[in-house]
Ligand binder design. Structure first.
Ligand code: PHE
Length: 355
């Protein structure tokens, strides 16, 4: 290889490098002019052929021509790539950006809504009791004094009325129509119906909204939900009641959560009990939520008081039964670990989205 051949190799590879590095239509055109244009090294080498003898001139001419062809091909290829990119950019910048138009009209993502926590927990509670053989019934939220109190063995002016801070509705005589303070009046409706239609026994649960004139706090709302349970049958004992409560507790909260009954007082049951479950926050170890006791009160229960059977016309000699009632909101709170129940009424989607 002569010095001239070596130079041609270097000139060609420098030209190909420059073309490869060109990143716009302007720079590729400049690089092409520089490598093969009139003022290029290649053109100078071409001109120098005049001074060499014919055989060598032909040999160098062929080498030069081959080199020019390869460079021209590289120019064409790189130019094509850059032109395509340039067109793509232009199309993109000219396009009407529908994405922008649409997103500015709808700056938040559309998400499907879903039911609330309380209805979901209520449905689950119903499922548990239906699986145990109970039917589901409902009653009115606006009640007469008779259903909410009197038929439940709470006569007018009886001190036990103080157990329920009552909202009265301005209808009829003063303090005769109430927003029900518990779901127990639905028991009375069911028993009256069963007597009228001759359809005893009863094994029912009755979920629904209740109202109390309470100041809301972390564990109480003025509008809340209870589920009532009622069994009226023959030879029903306190053991049946305790068994139902324990079975429900484990089915709903899990096998490591237990129930216990403590003496209590309700005018419509005798004996009465309050029922508690293992604190689901600390699993019984003791924490702030359960005031270090390891137990959380869920509701009340007891054997049907004969005075209630009398009020609805059921023979207490033939029939016996039990009732229970507890807070659905409290169940939801214990299951979902909600520190403050008031969050349920504040409509903050960041909270609601979690359920
Ligand atoms: N109704 C009672 C309450 O709301 C609970 C209860 C229901 C107690 C049934 C005994 C039997 O406090």
């Amino acid at each position: 290889m002569t010095d001239w051949d070596m130079e041609l190799v270097h000139v060609e590879s420098a030209a190909l490098d420059a073309l490869g590095a060109a990143n716009s239509l302007e720079t590729i055109d400049a690089a092409a002019a520089e490598s093969v244009g009139k003022r290029s090294v290649l053109a100078a080498m071409q001109r120098s052929l005049r001074d060499v003898d014919p055989d060598e001139r032909r040999r160098r001419g062929a080498l030069l021509q081959a080199s020019r062809t390869r460079i021209a091909q590289a120019v064409a290829t790189r130019r094509g790539e850059l032109l395509a990119a340039h067109r793509r950019d232009q199309l993109a910048s000219d396009a009407l950006d529908l994405g922008d138009v649409i997103t500015s009209a709808r700056p938040w993502a559309l998400t499907a809504g879903h039911g609330g926590l309380i209805p979901a927990v209520q449905a689950e509670l119903e499922d548990v009791f239906v699986a145990m053989g109970f039917t589901v019934a409902e009653g009115p939220e606006v009640e007469t004094d008779w259903y909410n109190f009197e038929a439940l063995n709470i006569p007018p002016a009886h001190p036990a009325r103080g157990l329920w801070d009552t909202f009265y509705v301005e209808l009829g005589d003063p303090e005769t129509i109430v927003l029900r303070t518990h779901t127990s009046p639905t028991q009375v409706h069911l028993m009256e119906q069963a007597v009228a239609t001759g359809t005893l026994p009863i094994h029912s649960v009755m979920p629904g909204r209740c109202y109390r004139r309470d100041t809301p706090d972390a564990r109480h709302l003025a509008v809340f939900h209870q589920v009532e349970g009622l069994v009226v049958d023959q030879n029903i004992t306190f053991a049946d009641l305790a068994g139902v409560i324990e079975t429900f507790t484990r089915a709903f909260f899990g096998p490591d959560i237990r129930s216990r009954l403590r003496p209590g007082y309700f005018p419509f049951t005798e004996p009465s009990a309050e029922f508690e479950i293992t604190c689901t926050i600390c699993r019984g170890a003791g924490c702030r939520t359960c005031s270090q006791t390891g137990w959380i009160e869920l509701g009340g229960c007891g054997m049907m008081d004969p005075a209630v059977f009398d009020a609805v016309g059921i023979d207490p000699e033939r029939w016996s039964g039990f009732a229970f009632g507890f807070g659905i909101d409290r169940c939801a709170q214990m299951r979902a670990g909600i520190a403050d129940l008031r969050a349920l009424t504040e409509n903050d989607v960041r909270f609601l989205e979690q359920f």
